[in-house]
Design a protein around this ligand. Structure first.
Ligand SMILES: Nc1ncnc2c1ncn2[C@@H]1O[C@H](COP(=O)(O)OP(=O)(O)OP(=O)(O)O)[C@@H](O)[C@H]1O
Length: 453
């Protein structure tokens, strides 16, 4: 590994799964792909932590598992100490797993209930042939004490421990092989808040003492804020923003980061922004929105240049367009004594008329189409009429004064701040099928931890 080479370098990583298809799709040989990870790049240096955050289903675990090849990446490269992990043979991969480990969210399902703690930790040592009989017990005792457990409990079974204690056993198992890098996949999400802090402190102490680097996955920004050297915010399989905690939070730049931060019940006292409530749910990774995938929920979509919109009017039209695209407008519930188009307008807070006459024509026509249940026609009309870079162009991750941000608001070619284009989402061939469920991976983890799957 050369002096400048980071410990881990992920380049254009993709993980596509084959989705469950229905009978008709199978009959016609139609396959659909879940784009769980769609061109992700980042680096982690020795002894540092990258916090990876985002809502459920945005692809965090798929990244963690693809790095360790518990799931085979669809495309892209993962360099660990300069070696491409994706090109390693099974034997080489087994050796590498002495250096790269994983801790799971739910230790109750990831630790074998039929083995004693002694056997769980010892298994990792045995498979890697790391200790002989005389030193094995001493090493297990040392590991248990290192993670804050009583070494005399080594002969107990997992059901005799609390959730926090079990997570300590999971950490001891990962430490057994003396790794340089650990994927921590939501290791505190299933624990009580008071226990969460203890586990986070333990992981920090271990990092300080042993120089281990972490990829720390969480869905909550507040969990990673204090332990990360860098934080990557993910949305629908791509990185929306990446930077140091200071760059990300003071103040938040990307509209998605801003929304995530304002969703924390007690936001950072340094942050004085308004609460941002995101509309709707995360779209399906099988058919992600065009352009910036966040545009269907973004409160700051760039208005189209050809129309003179007030921001509120524009937001209302975007909301109408999104709900028409999803076919998500319950007309029966809106039917009252007024005409249906007028009620739809009212429901979406669209002024009558809009300030721009040309925009009014298009929106009026779209509302008529919706009233006639022609949702797809309405969505297409609104799409074609009100094109903006947010709906047509995929934003590249650009370097700015506040970290790297994938948002057209920060692109000088559109509306925003100066920045240098740095990297686009990775290309590459599509679609292998997913390898098993979370539970399967966790079962493998016992052996992944010990290199034996
Ligand atoms: N084996 C699989 N087959 C098909 N789709 C999958 C498979 N595993 C994950 N997915 C899908 O891939 C997407 C990303 O899932 P992933 O678990 O990586 O996200 P996540 O951000 O870790 O979510 P969570 O926080 O809920 O664990 C989701 O839409 C998920 O349903």
């Amino acid at each position: 590994m050369s002096g400048d080479e980071p410990l881990l370098r992920v380049e254009g990583l993709e993980k596509y799964y084959e989705s469950e298809t229905d009978f008709i799709d199978r009959l016609f040989g139609r396959r659909k792909e879940v784009k769980a990870v769609d061109g992700v790049s980042f680096e982690i240096r020795e002894g540092e932590t990258l916090g990876l955050v985002g809502e459920s289903g945005c692809g965090k675990s798929s990244i963690g598992r693809s790095i360790l090849r518990l799931r085979e990446p669809t495309a892209g490269s993962v360099y660990f100490k300069g070696r491409d992990v994706t090109a390693l043979s099974d034997g080489e991969l087994r050796d590498l797993r002495k250096e790269m480990q994983i801790i799971f969210q739910n230790p109750r399902s990831s630790l074998n209930p039929r083995l004693t703690v002694n056997d769980i930790i010892g298994e990792a040592l045995d498979i890697h042939g790391l200790e002989d009989d005389t030193t094995r017990d001493a090493r297990i005792k040392e590991l248990l004490e290192r993670v804050g457990l009583n070494a005399s409990h080594a002969n107990r079974y997992p059901h005799e421990f609390s959730g926090g204690q079990l997570q300590r056993i999971g950490i001891a198992r990962a430490l057994a092989v003396d790794p340089d890098f650990i994927v921590c996949d939501e290791p505190v999400s299933a624990l009580d808040v008071s226990v969460q802090a203890q586990i986070l402190n333990l992981l920090e102490d271990l990092q300080e003492e042993l120089g281990i680097a972490y990829l720390f996955i969480a869905h909550d920004l507040s969990v990673v804020e204090h332990i990360s050297d860098q934080i990557a915010v993910m949305y629908l399989g791509t990185i929306a923003e990446i930077g140091t905690p200071e760059e990300l939070f003071e103040p938040p730049q990307h509209p998605y980061t801003e929304a995530l931060l304002s969703a924390i019940p007690e936001p950072d006292p340094l942050w004085e922004g308004d609460r941002v409530l995101l509309e709707g749910s995360v779209p399906s990774p099988i058919d992600p929105p065009s352009g910036c995938t966040f545009h269907t929920r973004c409160p700051r979509v760039i208005p189209p240049a050809d129309y003179d919109f007030e921001q509120e009017e524009w937001h209302a039209v975007m909301s109408l367009r999104h709900r028409a695209r999803e076919g998500d407008i319950a007309l029966a519930a809106l039917d009252d004594e007024d005409s249906l188009p007028a009620t739809i307008r009212e429901e979406f807070d669209i002024p009558s008329p809009l300030s721009d006459p040309a925009a009014e024509n298009a929106v009026g026509e779209a509302i008529e189409a919706i009233a006639a249940e022609r949702f797809a026609d309405a969505a297409e009309l609104l799409n074609e009429t009100f094109e903006t870079p947010c709906t047509t162009d995929e934003p590249a991750l650009r370097r700015t004064d506040a970290g790297r941000i994938a948002c057209h608001l920060f692109d000088p070619d559109y509306a925003g701040e100066p920045g240098d284009a740095e990297e686009a989402g990775g290309g590459g061939e599509a679609g292998d099928s997913g390898a098993g469920s979370t539970a399967d991976d966790e079962a493998v983890a016992g052996s992944a931890a010990s290199g034996g799957d």
